[in-house]
Design a protein around this ligand. Structure first.
Ligand SMILES: [Zn+2]
Length: 247
């Protein structure tokens, strides 16, 4: 199974990430969100191969607040969420926040999940490396838990993700990425509940999985919605143009 087949099989509806960012903007622009009056907040893995998505969001929305941590986990806490909101434009007393949050995974030309090539680096590499390392640790049957101050983000990642993994089961990398997405979605909901005043301010949430293909990145959109004047509305993002046929 090559890359295109694997992408269609595992991530039906995935689209090139530049298209995704345009679609996300077009979905909420009619609801009053613009580059002038909203702040984008972006949570991705720290990995440099995630950056084209961050750059596309920045190009579309202007500056963006960085929520990123290993694997795209949201460890910035209430302080980070509130700081972003306090940096938002406040047009006529209303603030608007656009949250993007994505774990990531690579698929190589042969359809191998987790494998990627990095420019200038010999041999194959892995993405997400943090999740791959955790997966290998689980597979090895010995988990180092507890907060390691020399490895804070990876410690927190393991502690948080383990809450969602059935005891005794070792997910493969794809399953672990899906678990990570669910955790990110749960955590962003909780943090929004703790920090956002939706009676005064509007926001939108875009989540899914960022996929690194052999030629470009894709987004498989999952939970996406807006909250405007306190009313929640689902956003369906469909692939535009010819999608995969463009490859
Ligand atoms: Zn990563």
């Amino acid at each position: 199974m090559n890359f295109e087949q694997k992408l269609k099989d595992k991530f039906p509806g995935a689209m090139p990430e530049a298209d995704f960012v345009i679609k996300s903007f077009e979905a909420i622009f009619p609801l009053g969100f613009s580059a002038i009056n909203a702040i984008a907040c972006v949570g991705l893995c720290r990995d440099e191969i995630t950056l084209p998505l961050s750059d596309a969001i920045k190009k579309t929305w202007g500056e963006s607040f960085n929520f990123s941590s290993l694997a795209g986990m949201l460890f910035l806490g209430k302080m980070g969420f509130l700081a972003a909101q306090h940096h938002s434009p406040n047009e006529e007393g209303k603030e608007r926040y656009v949250f993007y949050a994505f774990p990531h995974i690579a698929i190589d030309a042969e359809g191998e999940v987790g494998r990627c090539e990095r420019s200038g680096r010999h041999g194959q590499s892995t993405a997400c490396g943090a999740l791959f390392s955790f997966q290998k640790e689980m597979e090895g049957g010995k988990l180092r838990l507890g907060l390691d101050f020399d490895d804070v983000e990876q410690s927190l990642l393991k502690i948080r993700l383990l809450q969602e993994i059935h005891y005794g089961q070792v997910p493969d990398l794809l399953e672990l990425t899906q678990v990570t997405l669910k955790v990110i979605q749960t955590d962003i909901e909780r943090m929004i509940g703790l920090t956002v005043d939706s009676s005064k301010n509007d926001y939108a949430v875009f989540t899914g999985i960022q996929i690194h293909g052999p030629k470009m990145n894709y987004i498989w959109p999952d939970v996406c919605y807006s909250v405007v004047n306190g009313t929640k509305q689902q956003i369906m993002l469909k692939a535009i143009k010819k999608g995969l046929e463009e490859l």
